[in-house]
Design a binder for this molecule. Structure first.
Ligand SMILES: Nc1ncnc2c1ncn2[C@@H]1O[C@H](COP(=O)(O)OP(=O)(O)OP(=O)(O)O)[C@@H](O)[C@H]1O
Ligand SMILES: [Mg+2]
Length: 264
Protein backbone atom coordinates (compact mmCIF):
# COMPACT_ATOMS: atom_id res chain seq x y z
CA UNK A 1 0.00 0.00 0.00
CA UNK A 2 1.26 3.47 -0.94
CA UNK A 3 0.53 6.26 1.53
CA UNK A 4 1.19 9.88 0.68
CA UNK A 5 0.81 12.02 3.77
CA UNK A 6 0.73 15.82 4.04
CA UNK A 7 3.28 16.00 1.26
CA UNK A 8 4.72 19.47 0.50
CA UNK A 9 7.45 20.59 -1.86
CA UNK A 10 8.88 24.07 -2.18
CA UNK A 11 11.43 25.06 -4.81
CA UNK A 12 13.29 28.32 -4.22
CA UNK A 13 10.70 29.28 -1.61
CA UNK A 14 7.82 28.72 -4.02
CA UNK A 15 5.21 26.08 -3.08
CA UNK A 16 5.01 23.48 -5.88
CA UNK A 17 3.01 20.89 -3.92
CA UNK A 18 0.92 21.67 -0.85
CA UNK A 19 -0.55 19.14 1.57
CA UNK A 20 -1.11 16.23 -0.80
CA UNK A 21 -2.71 13.16 0.82
CA UNK A 22 -3.84 9.89 -0.72
CA UNK A 23 -3.62 6.13 -0.40
CA UNK A 24 -3.37 3.45 -3.07
CA UNK A 25 -4.28 0.02 -1.73
CA UNK A 26 -2.63 -3.16 -3.10
CA UNK A 27 -3.97 -3.68 -6.61
CA UNK A 28 -5.65 -0.25 -6.50
CA UNK A 29 -5.46 2.45 -9.14
CA UNK A 30 -5.49 6.23 -8.91
CA UNK A 31 -5.33 8.83 -11.66
CA UNK A 32 -3.68 12.17 -10.90
CA UNK A 33 -5.22 14.70 -13.26
CA UNK A 34 -4.34 18.34 -13.71
CA UNK A 35 -3.26 20.89 -16.26
CA UNK A 36 0.34 21.55 -17.19
CA UNK A 37 2.38 22.89 -14.28
CA UNK A 38 0.01 21.62 -11.58
CA UNK A 39 2.80 19.57 -9.97
CA UNK A 40 2.02 16.06 -11.24
CA UNK A 41 5.57 15.15 -12.28
CA UNK A 42 6.98 16.70 -9.11
CA UNK A 43 4.71 14.38 -7.14
CA UNK A 44 5.98 11.39 -9.15
CA UNK A 45 9.60 12.47 -8.59
CA UNK A 46 9.02 12.70 -4.84
CA UNK A 47 7.52 9.19 -4.74
CA UNK A 48 10.50 7.92 -6.75
CA UNK A 49 12.88 9.57 -4.26
CA UNK A 50 14.37 11.70 -7.06
CA UNK A 51 13.54 14.83 -5.07
CA UNK A 52 13.28 15.32 -1.32
CA UNK A 53 9.98 16.52 0.11
CA UNK A 54 10.03 19.79 2.07
CA UNK A 55 7.68 18.14 4.56
CA UNK A 56 5.27 15.23 4.83
CA UNK A 57 6.00 11.64 3.97
CA UNK A 58 5.61 8.81 1.52
CA UNK A 59 5.25 5.24 2.80
CA UNK A 60 5.16 2.02 0.84
CA UNK A 61 4.07 -0.98 2.89
CA UNK A 62 4.98 1.00 6.03
CA UNK A 63 8.50 1.67 4.75
CA UNK A 64 9.48 5.33 4.30
CA UNK A 65 11.30 6.93 1.38
CA UNK A 66 14.93 5.86 0.95
CA UNK A 67 17.41 8.60 1.89
CA UNK A 68 20.80 6.94 1.82
CA UNK A 69 22.38 3.57 1.21
CA UNK A 70 22.11 1.55 -1.99
CA UNK A 71 20.15 -1.18 -0.23
CA UNK A 72 17.22 1.04 0.72
CA UNK A 73 17.01 2.54 -2.78
CA UNK A 74 17.17 -0.93 -4.30
CA UNK A 75 14.33 -2.14 -2.10
CA UNK A 76 12.25 0.91 -2.98
CA UNK A 77 12.77 0.49 -6.73
CA UNK A 78 12.04 -3.23 -6.67
CA UNK A 79 8.60 -2.27 -5.40
CA UNK A 80 7.96 0.94 -7.35
CA UNK A 81 8.81 1.61 -10.98
CA UNK A 82 8.01 4.56 -13.21
CA UNK A 83 7.55 5.19 -16.92
CA UNK A 84 8.35 8.82 -17.61
CA UNK A 85 6.77 11.47 -19.75
CA UNK A 86 10.05 12.20 -21.55
CA UNK A 87 11.37 8.75 -22.10
CA UNK A 88 14.29 9.48 -24.42
CA UNK A 89 16.75 8.76 -21.61
CA UNK A 90 15.04 5.61 -20.29
CA UNK A 91 16.69 3.27 -22.78
CA UNK A 92 20.44 3.66 -23.25
CA UNK A 93 20.86 4.70 -26.91
CA UNK A 94 24.20 2.91 -27.15
CA UNK A 95 22.84 -0.50 -26.14
CA UNK A 96 20.62 -2.98 -27.97
CA UNK A 97 17.04 -3.28 -26.77
CA UNK A 98 18.00 -6.70 -25.40
CA UNK A 99 20.69 -5.18 -23.17
CA UNK A 100 18.35 -2.37 -22.11
CA UNK A 101 15.81 -4.91 -20.89
CA UNK A 102 18.46 -7.14 -19.33
CA UNK A 103 19.91 -4.32 -17.25
CA UNK A 104 17.16 -4.19 -14.56
CA UNK A 105 17.24 -8.00 -14.33
CA UNK A 106 20.98 -7.88 -13.62
CA UNK A 107 20.56 -5.06 -11.08
CA UNK A 108 17.47 -6.29 -9.26
CA UNK A 109 17.35 -10.10 -9.56
CA UNK A 110 19.61 -13.12 -9.24
CA UNK A 111 18.37 -14.66 -12.48
CA UNK A 112 20.87 -16.56 -14.61
CA UNK A 113 21.59 -15.56 -18.21
CA UNK A 114 19.15 -18.13 -19.63
CA UNK A 115 16.38 -17.12 -17.21
CA UNK A 116 16.93 -13.46 -18.04
CA UNK A 117 16.53 -14.27 -21.72
CA UNK A 118 13.20 -16.03 -21.03
CA UNK A 119 11.97 -13.05 -18.98
CA UNK A 120 12.93 -10.61 -21.73
CA UNK A 121 11.03 -12.64 -24.31
CA UNK A 122 8.04 -12.97 -21.95
CA UNK A 123 7.79 -9.21 -21.34
CA UNK A 124 8.45 -8.29 -24.93
CA UNK A 125 5.53 -10.50 -25.86
CA UNK A 126 3.39 -8.99 -23.09
CA UNK A 127 3.81 -5.47 -24.46
CA UNK A 128 3.24 -6.67 -28.02
CA UNK A 129 6.71 -6.14 -29.49
CA UNK A 130 8.37 -8.51 -31.93
CA UNK A 131 11.59 -10.27 -30.84
CA UNK A 132 13.35 -9.13 -34.01
CA UNK A 133 13.55 -5.69 -32.38
CA UNK A 134 15.80 -6.95 -29.58
CA UNK A 135 18.97 -6.63 -31.64
CA UNK A 136 18.27 -3.03 -32.56
CA UNK A 137 19.29 0.11 -30.71
CA UNK A 138 16.36 2.02 -29.11
CA UNK A 139 16.76 4.81 -31.67
CA UNK A 140 15.37 2.48 -34.30
CA UNK A 141 12.03 2.09 -32.51
CA UNK A 142 8.95 4.11 -33.41
CA UNK A 143 7.36 6.29 -30.72
CA UNK A 144 4.76 3.65 -29.84
CA UNK A 145 7.31 0.84 -29.82
CA UNK A 146 9.63 2.91 -27.63
CA UNK A 147 6.88 3.51 -25.05
CA UNK A 148 6.08 -0.20 -24.98
CA UNK A 149 9.75 -1.04 -24.50
CA UNK A 150 9.91 1.40 -21.56
CA UNK A 151 6.85 -0.25 -20.09
CA UNK A 152 8.48 -3.68 -20.47
CA UNK A 153 11.65 -2.37 -18.79
CA UNK A 154 9.62 -1.06 -15.83
CA UNK A 155 7.54 -4.21 -15.45
CA UNK A 156 10.21 -6.84 -16.03
CA UNK A 157 11.29 -6.92 -12.37
CA UNK A 158 7.64 -7.32 -11.24
CA UNK A 159 7.18 -4.14 -9.21
CA UNK A 160 4.12 -3.84 -6.98
CA UNK A 161 3.33 -0.27 -8.04
CA UNK A 162 3.73 1.31 -11.46
CA UNK A 163 3.73 5.08 -11.94
CA UNK A 164 2.94 6.29 -15.46
CA UNK A 165 3.67 9.97 -16.07
CA UNK A 166 1.85 11.12 -19.23
CA UNK A 167 2.96 8.01 -21.06
CA UNK A 168 0.47 8.32 -23.90
CA UNK A 169 0.59 12.10 -24.36
CA UNK A 170 2.88 11.94 -27.38
CA UNK A 171 1.12 9.01 -29.10
CA UNK A 172 -1.63 9.24 -31.70
CA UNK A 173 -5.17 8.41 -30.66
CA UNK A 174 -5.08 4.77 -31.86
CA UNK A 175 -1.78 4.05 -30.08
CA UNK A 176 -3.12 5.82 -26.97
CA UNK A 177 -6.06 3.44 -26.85
CA UNK A 178 -3.81 0.41 -27.40
CA UNK A 179 -1.51 1.51 -24.60
CA UNK A 180 -4.42 2.03 -22.19
CA UNK A 181 -5.80 -1.42 -23.05
CA UNK A 182 -2.37 -2.92 -22.51
CA UNK A 183 -2.11 -1.31 -19.08
CA UNK A 184 -5.60 -2.54 -18.20
CA UNK A 185 -4.75 -6.14 -19.11
CA UNK A 186 -1.41 -6.08 -17.26
CA UNK A 187 -3.08 -4.62 -14.20
CA UNK A 188 -5.76 -7.30 -14.21
CA UNK A 189 -3.30 -10.13 -14.78
CA UNK A 190 -0.68 -9.03 -12.27
CA UNK A 191 -2.74 -7.29 -9.61
CA UNK A 192 -0.41 -4.32 -10.11
CA UNK A 193 -1.14 -1.04 -8.30
CA UNK A 194 -1.21 1.92 -10.65
CA UNK A 195 -0.64 5.66 -10.31
CA UNK A 196 -1.60 7.09 -13.68
CA UNK A 197 -0.67 10.72 -14.28
CA UNK A 198 -2.39 12.60 -17.09
CA UNK A 199 -3.79 15.96 -18.12
CA UNK A 200 -6.47 14.13 -20.12
CA UNK A 201 -9.49 13.06 -18.06
CA UNK A 202 -10.95 11.09 -20.97
CA UNK A 203 -8.20 8.45 -20.63
CA UNK A 204 -9.09 7.54 -17.06
CA UNK A 205 -12.45 5.70 -17.07
CA UNK A 206 -11.90 1.94 -17.34
CA UNK A 207 -8.30 2.27 -16.21
CA UNK A 208 -8.41 3.84 -12.73
CA UNK A 209 -10.85 3.34 -9.89
CA UNK A 210 -10.29 6.79 -8.41
CA UNK A 211 -9.35 10.25 -9.61
CA UNK A 212 -7.47 12.98 -7.77
CA UNK A 213 -7.69 16.37 -9.46
CA UNK A 214 -4.82 18.79 -8.83
CA UNK A 215 -4.47 22.50 -9.49
CA UNK A 216 -1.47 24.69 -8.63
CA UNK A 217 0.05 21.94 -6.49
CA UNK A 218 -3.09 21.49 -4.39
CA UNK A 219 -5.68 18.75 -4.32
CA UNK A 220 -8.97 20.03 -5.73
CA UNK A 221 -10.94 16.86 -5.01
CA UNK A 222 -10.75 13.09 -5.06
CA UNK A 223 -13.61 10.83 -6.10
CA UNK A 224 -14.56 7.46 -7.50
CA UNK A 225 -14.27 7.41 -11.30
CA UNK A 226 -17.92 6.33 -11.59
CA UNK A 227 -18.87 9.78 -10.22
CA UNK A 228 -16.86 11.69 -12.84
CA UNK A 229 -19.94 12.84 -14.76
CA UNK A 230 -21.99 13.65 -11.67
CA UNK A 231 -21.90 17.42 -12.22
CA UNK A 232 -23.71 18.34 -9.00
CA UNK A 233 -21.01 16.70 -6.92
CA UNK A 234 -18.02 17.72 -9.01
CA UNK A 235 -15.87 20.76 -8.37
CA UNK A 236 -16.24 23.45 -11.02
CA UNK A 237 -12.57 23.00 -11.94
CA UNK A 238 -13.05 19.28 -12.65
CA UNK A 239 -16.03 20.12 -14.87
CA UNK A 240 -13.91 22.66 -16.78
CA UNK A 241 -11.21 20.01 -17.33
CA UNK A 242 -13.82 17.51 -18.46
CA UNK A 243 -15.50 19.97 -20.83
CA UNK A 244 -12.16 20.90 -22.38
CA UNK A 245 -11.39 17.26 -23.29
CA UNK A 246 -14.95 16.79 -24.59
CA UNK A 247 -14.78 19.89 -26.77
CA UNK A 248 -11.41 18.76 -28.13
CA UNK A 249 -12.95 15.40 -29.02
CA UNK A 250 -15.89 17.10 -30.76
CA UNK A 251 -13.56 19.37 -32.72
CA UNK A 252 -11.46 16.41 -33.71
CA UNK A 253 -14.52 14.41 -34.83
CA UNK A 254 -15.90 17.38 -36.79
CA UNK A 255 -12.52 17.83 -38.42
CA UNK A 256 -12.36 14.10 -39.28
CA UNK A 257 -15.90 14.18 -40.80
CA UNK A 258 -15.08 17.32 -42.74
CA UNK A 259 -11.86 15.76 -43.96
CA UNK A 260 -13.67 12.59 -45.09
CA UNK A 261 -16.24 14.65 -47.00
CA UNK A 262 -13.69 16.86 -48.67
CA UNK A 263 -11.54 13.96 -49.77
CA UNK A 264 -14.09 11.62 -50.90
N1 LIG B 1 13.65 22.24 -10.68
C1 LIG B 1 12.70 23.16 -10.71
N2 LIG B 1 12.99 24.46 -10.49
C2 LIG B 1 12.03 25.41 -10.51
N3 LIG B 1 10.73 25.15 -10.73
C3 LIG B 1 10.38 23.89 -10.95
C4 LIG B 1 11.33 22.80 -10.96
N4 LIG B 1 10.67 21.66 -11.21
C5 LIG B 1 9.37 21.99 -11.36
N5 LIG B 1 9.19 23.31 -11.20
C6 LIG B 1 7.91 24.04 -11.29
O1 LIG B 1 6.95 23.30 -10.59
C7 LIG B 1 5.68 23.39 -11.19
C8 LIG B 1 5.11 22.01 -11.40
O2 LIG B 1 5.87 21.33 -12.39
P1 LIG B 1 5.54 19.85 -12.81
O3 LIG B 1 6.53 19.46 -13.84
O4 LIG B 1 5.46 19.00 -11.59
O5 LIG B 1 4.10 20.00 -13.45
P2 LIG B 1 3.22 18.96 -14.29
O6 LIG B 1 1.87 18.96 -13.69
O7 LIG B 1 3.94 17.67 -14.36
O8 LIG B 1 3.17 19.65 -15.73
P3 LIG B 1 3.08 18.95 -17.18
O9 LIG B 1 1.66 18.50 -17.36
O10 LIG B 1 3.44 20.06 -18.11
O11 LIG B 1 4.04 17.82 -17.22
C9 LIG B 1 5.89 24.17 -12.48
O12 LIG B 1 5.49 25.50 -12.28
C10 LIG B 1 7.38 24.09 -12.71
O13 LIG B 1 7.84 25.21 -13.39
MG1 LIG C 1 4.66 16.50 -15.95
Amino acid sequence: MLQVQRLCKEINGRPILSDINFVIEDGGSLAIVGESGSGKSTLAQLIMALKQPTSGQVLFNERSLPRKGIKSYKEWYSDIQIVFQNTASTLNPAMSLYRCLEEPLINFTNLKRRERRDKILEYLNKVGLHRDLLKHRPGKLSGGQYQRACLAKALIISPKLLICDEIVASLDIVLQQQMIELLMSIQKERGLSLLFITHDLSLVPGLCADILVMKDGKKVEQFNTSALHNEEERDIYTITLLKSTESLETTWKQYATHDNKSTG
